[in-house]
Ligand binder design. Structure first.
Ligand SMILES: [Mn+2]
Length: 389
C-alpha cells in the first residue's frame, strides 16, 4: 500500500499568517511542517520538500523535525512521481490537488483515492491527548475572556477588545486562533460572523465575545456576553436569561447515544417557551410554528464538533463518548426578521437594540453525560463581579 500525504502550501516569503497544517495530515503524522510531501510505501517513508521554500533560519529546525517525525529519506519530486508510478494504487488526501506539482502526479493517471472523508469521520472521537490539548486551549480562551471582562471599558474599540484576548493568550506562547475573533456590541451582535472594526463600544451596550485559541493545533470555542458598563439592564437580562436557561437545558441533554437532531428540536422548543415568558413570541399551538419562529431568532445550528478544525468533522449525528462539541444557542434581532407572523413585533422593538446574545461552551461527552471545558462563569452575578475586578 502506498500513501501520499501533503501537509499544505505555505508561501514562506510572504508568511502572512501562521502556517495551518492540513488537519488530516497532522492527525496521521503529528507533523506540522509546511510544503512537505510524504510517501509511505510499506514501512519506508520518503519525504520531499522544496528546499528554496525553507528560510535559512528554519532549515535546521525543519531537518531535525523531519528526521524526528519520519526518519525518512529526502527525495526530489521526480522520485516521488516515480515511486507513485511503480506502486500503481495510491491513497491520498483531498489537499493533494493544491500541491504545486500536482499536474505531474495527475499526469500518471494513477488509481488514486482520497482517505480524507474516512479520516474526518474517525476524528470525531478524540483520543485522550487530543482531549487534553482542547482542554488547555479552552482554559487559555477562558482566561482571555476574563482578561477582557476585567479590562474593557466604554469607548474602547472592538479591535482593542480583540487585542486584550491576543495579549492574554500570548502569555502562554500562543498566537494561533481557532477562527476570526468576534468582539461585537449592541446592534452588531446580530451579525453571526462579525469581524471586529475600529468602532468604540457604546456605553450601556451588551458586548458579544465569541473567541477561541488553538493549543498545539487543537481548537477551543467559547462565547460570552457582558454589559460594557458593568451592570446588565433589565431588558438585557431578559434576553440573556432566555439563552442561558436554554443553554443549560441543552447541556442536560448531552449524553452518549442521543440524537443531535432530537436534542436540537428540544432546545428550540425550550427557547420558544422562554421567549413566550417575555412575550417576544405569540402563544402558538402548533409545534411547527414554534420551531419556525425560533428559527427566525436563531438562524444557526445548536453546535458543532471541535478539534483540529473549529467546525470539525462535519455535522453531528449521534453523540458518542469522547466527542468534543461546542453548544451555542443564541437569540438575535436581525434586520428584516421581525416580519414573522408569530413574533410580537412591539416587544421585538423593545429588545432590538440588544442585537443578540449567544452563550457557548466546549464540552467533552463522557460515559454518562459531559464535562464542561469552559472555565468561565456564565451567570449574571458572576459576570458582573468579574467586570468589577
Ligand atoms: Mn462555535
Amino acid at each position: 500500500m502506498t500513501t501520499l500525504l501533503y501537509s499544505g502550501y505555505y508561501d514562506m516569503d510572504k508568511a502572512k499568517e501562521p502556517f495551518e497544517v492540513d488537519p488530516n495530515f497532522f492527525y496521521l503524522t503529528s507533523c506540522d511542517i509546511p510544503n512537505i510531501l510524504i510517501l509511505k510505501k510499506g514501512r519506508k517513508h520518503y519525504v520531499h520538500m522544496k528546499v528554496p521554500d525553507i528560510q535559512w533560519y528554519d532549515s535546521e529546525y525543519f531537518m531535525k523535525a523531519l528526521k524526528h517525525c519520519f526518519n525518512a529519506d529526502m527525495v526530489g519530486i521526480d522520485d516521488i512521481v516515480r515511486l507513485c508510478k511503480s506502486s500503481g494504487i495510491t491513497k491520498t488526501l483531498d489537499n493533494i490537488k493544491t500541491h504545486p506539482n500536482w499536474s505531474k502526479i495527475r499526469g500518471l493517471s494513477l488509481d488514486m483515492s482520497s482517505i480524507s472523508n474516512n479520516l474526518m469521520k474517525k476524528r470525531e472521537i478524540k483520543f485522550i491527548d487530543e482531549q487534553l490539548r482542547i482542554e488547555k486551549a479552552c482554559r487559555y480562551t477562558s482566561e482571555g475572556i476574563k482578561h477582557i471582562l476585567r479590562n474593557a471599558y466604554p469607548k474602547m474599540s472592538q479591535i482593542e477588545l480583540t487585542g486584550l484576548f491576543k495579549q492574554s493568550i500570548s502569555k502562554h506562547g500562543i498566537q494561533e486562533l481557532s477562527f476570526n475573533p468576534i468582539t461585537s456590541h449592541g446592534k452588531y451582535n446580530q451579525y453571526l460572523h462579525y469581524i471586529a472594526k475600529d468602532r468604540p463600544v457604546t456605553r450601556g451596550t451588551l458586548v458579544l465575545l465569541d473567541l477561541g485559541c488553538k493549543y498545539k493545533h487543537y481548537c477551543s470555542d467559547i462565547s460570552r456576553c457582558f454589559p460594557i458598563s458593568g451592570k446588565f439592564t433589565k431588558l438585557q437580562k431578559d434576553i440573556y436569561n432566555v439563552v442561558l436557561k436554554s443553554q443549560k437545558y441543552a447541556l442536560t441533554l448531552m449524553k452518549p447515544g442521543k440524537s443531535w437532531s432530537e436534542i436540537t428540536h428540544k432546545v428550540k422548543l425550550k427557547l420558544y417557551e422562554e421567549c413566550l415568558k417575555i412575550r417576544l413570541v405569540l402563544a402558538l399551538d402548533n409545534e411547527k410554528d414554534k420551531i419556525s419562529v425560533v428559527q427566525q431568532l436563531m438562524p444557526h445550528n445548536l453546535g458543532h464538533h471541535v478539534g483540529l478544525d473549529n467546525h470539525d468533522c462535519g455535522p453531528i449525528l449521534t453523540l458518542k463518548k469522547d466527542m468534543v462539541i461546542a453548544v451555542e444557542p443564541g437569540i438575535y434581532f436581525q434586520i428584516g426578521k421581525d416580519k414573522s407572523p408569530h413574533l410580537n413585533t412591539s416587544v421585538w422593538k423593545q429588545y432590538e437594540h440588544i442585537g443578540g446574545v449567544r452563550i457557548e461552551d466546549t464540552i467533552i461527552i463522557t460515559d454518562r453525560g459531559y464535562k464542561n471545558l469552559s472555565k468561565i462563569t456564565k451567570e449574571i452575578d458572576g459576570i458582573e463581579k468579574l467586570i468589577k475586578k
